[in-house]
Ligand binder design. Structure first.
Ligand code: DTR
Ligand code: ZN
Ligand code: ZN
Length: 314
């Protein structure tokens, strides 16, 4: 085939093509500067952590409640994964209802320890079931995000700390104990606390805590980029582990996919699922097991957490 352009010699055409190629190569080699992109979190890995927590409940009488062997086994299981990945972990003990409770705290070495970004989830279930959506879901997502930080050897500007709280189900006892145990100086170093309690509800909604405006905007930006409509969370105010942080003056935010309230027709229209049914019909029941998870919600919310952890700490 003869390559020709009217009015040009073959040599001029080749030079013009070469010029275009050169221009393309230069613009590809000099992209605009960007912050470290948040990774895509593997929902299969989050599901594997949920299967582990289901296994812990199965091996310990069917639940992971405060004061039970299942709760302590949950802490030990997650701690080992974090220790192996290079986190500095500590287990904080407290007493509630006559039983010993445990918070697990994991620090990622490095970053400015005058500016701490924390992400946390309660690890205890109620005694009626294994607590896979409430709150294996938040616990497993926060774990996988921490393990991804380690895998990527992420070097944030701020210091990252992850936490798994005990005894939330009997009145946020573990997280309250943690906040009370901090000096005023250390409390003041926490630039934000992000809370995840129920993020894989089987008839999911997409609720963003409307507390600190900058944190709320970070989550809303993530969902807007995915064309997912969110609503402010008005079911949760004061009902999970962000409350003690907020009361101590720490900026807070978080995500929630719904509990015992009913999904409206309008919500089903925008999010899918079933109108007239609870977001989580197995809330606080024995059927809150590994099958009680909407994997799409778990996936999106895990990615949203990574987006916020990376974005708020860089
Ligand atoms: N604290 C939860 C239930 C819960 C209800 N509303 C919200 C809103 C946001 C987070 C959690 C919740 C429990 O553990 O039962
Ligand atoms: Zn609960
Ligand atoms: Zn919960």
């Amino acid at each position: 085939m003869k390559l020709s352009v009217p009015g040009r010699t073959a040599a001029a055409t080749l030079m013009a093509v070469a010029g275009l190629l050169t221009t393309t190569a230069i613009s590809t080699a000099a992209p605009a500067p960007e912050a470290a992109a948040a990774p895509d979190i593997s929902v299969a890995a989050v599901q594997a952590h949920l299967a582990d927590l289901q296994g812990v409940a199965d091996a310990n009488g069917g639940n992971r409640a405060h004061g039970s062997a299942g709760y302590k086994a949950s802490v030990d299981h997650i701690k080992k994964k974090l220790d192996d990945a290079g986190f500095t972990t500590s287990v904080q003990e407290f007493t509630a209802g006559g039983e010993t409770g445990y918070n697990l705290v994991a620090d990622w070495p490095g970053g400015d320890d005058g500016q701490v970004v924390m992400a946390g989830a309660h690890l205890d279930s109620v005694s009626d079931g294994p607590g896979i959506n409430d709150n294996g879901s938040g616990s497993a997502a926060v774990l996988e995000i921490a393990l991804t930080v380690a895998r990527e050897q992420y070097k944030p500007t701020k210091h990252l700390r992850f936490a798994w709280w005990g005894a939330e189900e009997i009145g946020m006892v573990g997280s309250s104990h943690y906040v009370d145990s901090l000096s005023a100086g250390d409390r003041g170093k926490i630039s934000g606390y992000l809370n995840f309690d129920m993020i894989g509800s089987p008839n999911a909604g997409y609720f963003v805590y409307d507390d600190d405006p900058a944190i709320e905007k970070t989550f809303k930006d993530y969902y807007a980029g995915k064309d997912i409509t969110t609503e402010p969370d008005d079911e949760g105010d004061g009902r999970s582990d962000h409350a003690p942080f907020q009361q101590a003056g720490v900026p807070v935010g978080g995500l929630f996919s719904g509990a015992e309230r009913t999904k409206s027709a309008e919500q089903a229209q925008k999010w899918g699922g079933t109108a007239g049914e609870a977001f989580d019909a197995c809330y606080h029941s024995s059927c809150d097991k590994a099958s009680n998870i909407d994997e799409t919600a778990l996936d999106r919310n895990s990615d949203a957490i990574a987006y916020a952890v990376w974005g708020l700490s860089s």
